[in-house]
Design a protein around this ligand. Structure first.
Ligand code: DSN
Length: 488
């Protein structure tokens, strides 16, 4: 398939250029690593080459700036600091206190949240902190008051037994995995599906869109303690004001997991009812997806939940990772710059261009399009499973992940969808013309892929397809280099 458009490169996201000083730092670091374990230095170099040479379309990945990456490689890593700022279980935490305070201040200012907790090591940790903070506030605190106790250790064995029973029998209502929810929103194999009595809401079978009346009906019937909103594979915005009304009506706490779209909230693409922070009691996120920070998590809370969230360590977390909290502070400082708003706007514009590019070429999209950073392609329209499509795309240098679609006929392993996201390539400088070309290349691969026999995994890519697509992708990638200026 020939190119149908000439593409021009746009500027990479500010902060991801690699100045001479950063190049020198990376070269020195790799030399030091090489002298101890050359295989790790080699894998690190190879990862950069692989990331530079492929079209990264995984919706949950990005490229952090050299400043963020370099911040993680320091002796801050060597410090134990269980506890909270000014209240640690170890001596000598004054510098970690500074790091944690600065990161939390940036998080509060960026998201307009009364309280921020920056210790969680990941998204699942952030969600566990949130769940246990809500359980502590809504279940444990009233039980302690009733028993006239100040601390769980002061409870009689009988009261403790009752409280443990209560804590283990609360209800959680979240979006189902195949509608786009996350494992930690009550999926049975995950701890969230085991520690709560769980019920899920889906999407409208015809439109694929969230049906708020159905969510309200499920909430009225199930009466959850926690209503979870947020997604990892739903290509649309959520009205969080409506979700809060539903939560209030049934006395639930609204928890929003904005891990996927935190960058769009930070960049003010999602405002008003699209911004979860003013509406949710507790908001969680990872920091490494559209927010473009280090791998990690954080929790934002309204004041009423702040004290309980603050006990995340040692309630469910081990010692904080000071070097990662430092990198969160740097990333959040970057996200407070005006340039980040431009970046976030482009993420959404590019997703629309990718979706339109697919639709114009006859592909079927879940919900018929996107208004966030995700595009979910139903690959059954190409006669493929998600597994076959994912492998064929990878062979052609297009890195994606297979994903369930609502009522998926192929189940959660083989799936029927491919999830695409625009944050990473937008960081490299891709614009709408480049994303239209990406849609063309993806459709080229999928129309030239055939299932092999009755296998849901094996496939055959027509001769020459991988080479043709790789060559076209190489042009796009060369025009939009990753970490321009970084020479190892
Ligand atoms: N694994 C992440 C994703 O890909 O969406 C969510 O945790």
């Amino acid at each position: 398939m020939a190119a149908d458009s000439t593409v021009t490169s746009s500027a990479p996201a500010p902060g991801t250029e690699c100045a001479d000083t950063a190049s020198t730092a990376y070269r020195a670091a790799l030399q030091v690593i090489e002298s101890v374990e050359p295989r790790i230095a080699a894998a690190t170099r190879k990862e950069l080459a692989d990331q530079r040479d492929s079209l990264k379309l995984i919706a949950s990945e990005n490229y952090a700036s050299p400043a963020v990456l370099l911040t993680m490689g320091s002796w801050l890593s060597d410090k134990y600091a269980e506890g909270t700022v000014g209240h640690r279980f170890y001596a000598g935490c004054q510098n970690v206190d500074t790091v944690e305070s600065v990161a939390a201040e940036h998080a509060r200012e960026l998201f307009g949240a009364p309280y921020a907790y920056v210790q969680p090591h990941s998204g699942i940790d952030a969600n566990l902190v949130a769940y246990w903070a809500i359980l502590a506030s809504r279940v444990e605190a009233p039980s302690l008051a009733e028993a006239g106790a100040r601390h769980v250790n002061d409870l009689s064995e009988k009261d403790w037994e009752e409280l443990r029973h209560k804590l283990g029998n609360q209800r959680l209502l979240g979006m189902s995995l195949d509608a786009g929810g996350h494992l930690t929103h009550g999926f049975r194999p995950n701890i969230s599906g085991k520690m709560f009595s769980q019920h899920s809401y889906g999407t409208d079978p015809d439109s694929g869109l969230l049906d708020y009346d159905a969510v309200a009906a499920a909430a009225r019937e199930f009466k959850p303690l926690i209503l979870v909103a947020g997604y990892s594979a739903y290509p649309r915005r959520i009205n969080f004001a409506t979700m809060r009304e539903i939560a209030d009506e049934v006395g639930a706490t609204l928890m929003v997991d904005m891990a996927h779209f935190a960058g769009l909230v930070a960049g003010k693409v999602f405002t008003g009812n699209d911004d979860p922070v003013p509406h949710a009691h507790v908001t969680t996120t990872t920091t490494h997806k559209s927010l473009r920070g280090p791998r990690g998590g954080l929790v934002l809370a309204q004041q009423e939940y702040a004290d309980a969230v603050d006990k995340g360590c040692p309630m469910v977390l081990g010692g904080p990772l000071p070097h990662v909290m430092a990198a969160k502070a740097v990333a959040l400082a970057e996200a407070r710059q005006p340039a980040f708003r431009v970046y976030a706007q482009r993420i959404a514009e590019n997703a629309k261009a990718l979706a339109d590019g697919f639709l114009r070429r006859g592909a079927r999209l879940v919900t018929g399009g996107t208004d966030n950073h995700i595009v979910l392609l139903d690959v059954t329209s190409f006669g493929l499973t998600g597994r076959q499509a994912e492998s064929a795309l990878l062979e052609a240098g297009v890195v994606t992940n297979r994903n369930s679609i609502p009522a998926d006929p192929n189940g959660a392993w083989y799936t029927s969808g491919i999830r695409f996201g625009t944050p990473a390539l937008t960081t490299r400088g891709f614009g709408v013309a480049e994303f239209d070309r990406v849609a063309e290349l993806v459709v080229d691969v999928l129309t030239n892929t055939q299932p092999e026999g009755s296998s849901k995994a094996r496939y055959r890519l027509a001769d020459g397809t991988a080479e043709r697509v790789r060559a076209a992708a190489a042009e796009l990638l060369a025009a939009n280099p990753l970490y321009p200026g970084l020479a190892l």
